[in-house]
Design a protein around this ligand. Structure first.
Ligand SMILES: O=C(O)C1=C[C@@H](OP(=O)(O)O)[C@@H](O)[C@H](O)C1
Ligand SMILES: C=C(OP(=O)(O)O)C(=O)O
Length: 406
């Protein structure tokens, strides 16, 4: 596990960065392209390990497919494999085998798929048996655990002989990811009807169309943090669009209250400094991957933050609430629960150096790295970033940070 030392540094003037391409868009485009029996429709595919794993496994004829720690790869491949005439085992890291998948498996079983648990009920690894045909064309599924189950079902829906109607029960969390799924399906020629909590997708064919993956807004969020925390800075982020499929584009609005002004042009967005608020309230139900980014900035910048919609954070790469509480504590900040909301009380004085544990979570490393604008930061395992943004440290160096193996 290579640890990294990032020295406190000022940013270089006028930095230009092209963040990694979106892994969420890439993993959807790969599944849709495979369902369309098309080839080479995708440009700017993400270098994220989650995406490279998806691509490799979609082309693999092995009987055991290991998704490593990629949630979308696990969930999307489960649905994809379950409607093919093939027997396959899907597995992943120890953590992946603790991330629930029962809701998706129940839904797939109810439409006729054959799936067994190889270990604990409700969790990977899964044994998927050949598909013998569709037995039902309407299902109900809980929306408040992970939207990835719904996206997985929606993508296979048009190729099912009878199509599929999906009734979402409970509150739908991570809603923009479901919208992204339907948006990309529509790009590939598939029509869906979404009224209230019901999404209806008739049987139809995906059309092979070209698609250029946008830069990743969640990965871009760490550059917003850097601008927010630095004394002076301006960064141009390439490949991000004002009209985006990614819900995490909401980082522009969130960071406006944390002192970052965003100005779009044809090929990206320019970030510069502006005034910030002293207290903010943010509901992360639609953008859970931004919670760590925002919490760290508030803790270091002296902004009190009321966070809600954090429920899904406990079942991601790690228990992100626990991880944040531990690591923010090292800065002298506190995150405390009160009736389902979290109050983050910022540090009154930040230390000169901090050692951040990474919990096998890419976002713990990337969310805390921007602190190097204000203090020396040691990151326990720099390799974690490979999951979504493998060249993150190269980009930090390009921006002027000195990063050594430590
Ligand atoms: O569909 C997707 O691409 C994702 C959906 C979200 O997960 P949940 O729906 O489990 O919140 C998000 O946290 C994850 O990084 C990517
Ligand atoms: C939660 C994440 O990914 P996944 O669920 O796809 O593993 C993430 O990238 O923050």
């Amino acid at each position: 596990m290579p640890s990294l030392k990032i020295e406190k540094k000022k940013l270089l003037p006028s930095v230009e960065i092209k963040p990694v391409a979106s892994k969420s868009e890439s993993n959807r485009a790969l599944i849709i392209e495979a369902l369309a029996n098309a080839d080479d429709t995708i440009s700017n595919l993400s270098a994220a390990r989650d995406t490279q794993t998806m691509k490799r496994l979609l082309n693999s004829e092995e009987s055991t497919l290991d998704v490593i720690d990629a949630g979308t790869t696990m969930r999307f491949l489960t649905a994809y494999m379950a409607i093919h005439e093939r027997e396959v085992t899907l597995t992943g890291t120890e953590r992946m085998c603790q991330r629930p998948i029962g809701i998706l498996v129940d839904a797939l079983r109810s439409i006729g798929c054959n799936i067994d648990y190889l270990n604990e009920e409700g969790y990977p690894p899964l044994q998927i048996k050949p598909f013998k045909g569709q037995s039902k064309n309407e299902i109900s599924i809980k929306g408040d655990i992970s939207s990835q189950y719904i996206s997985a079902l929606l993508m296979i829906a048009p190729v099912l002989p009878e199509g599929l109607t999906v009734n979402i029960t409970g509150k739908l969390g991570s809603r923009p990811y479901v919208e992204m799924t339907l948006g990309l399906m529509n790009h590939y020629g598939v029509k869906a009807e979404w009224t209230d909590n019901t999404i209806k997708i008739p049987h139809q064919k995906y059309q092979p169309r070209n698609y250029e993956i946008e830069s990743d807004w969640s990965g871009a969020s760490y550059w917003f943090s850097i601008v927010s925390l630095a004394d002076e800075s301006s960064i141009f982020l390439k490949g991000l669009r004002q009209k985006s499929f990614q819900g995490d584009r909401v980082i522009t609005a969130i960071m406006k209250s944390l002192g970052v002004k965003s100005e779009f042009s044809d090929d990206g967005v320019n970030l510069s400094k502006c005034d910030h608020d002293d207290v903010i309230h943010i509901d992360f139900s639609d953008c859970p991957d931004l919670a760590q980014t925002v919490a760290v900035v508030c803790a270091a910048k002296g902004v009190q933050c009321h966070l809600s919609g954090l429920e899904s954070l406990r079942i991601k790469e790690t228990d992100r609430i626990q991880a944040l509480q531990n690591e923010l504590g090292k800065l002298g900040a506190k995150m405390e629960e009160n009736k389902g909301e979290w109050l983050l009380t910022p540090s009154s004085e930040i230390p000169e150096v901090v050692h951040i544990e990474t919990y096998d979570d890419h976002r713990m490393a990337m969310a805390f790295a921007p602190l190097a604008t204000r203090l020396n930061v040691n990151i326990a395992d720099g390799n974690v970033v490979a999951k979504s943004y493998p060249n993150f440290w190269d980009h930090m160096r390009k921006a002027g940070f000195e990063i050594k193996q430590g």
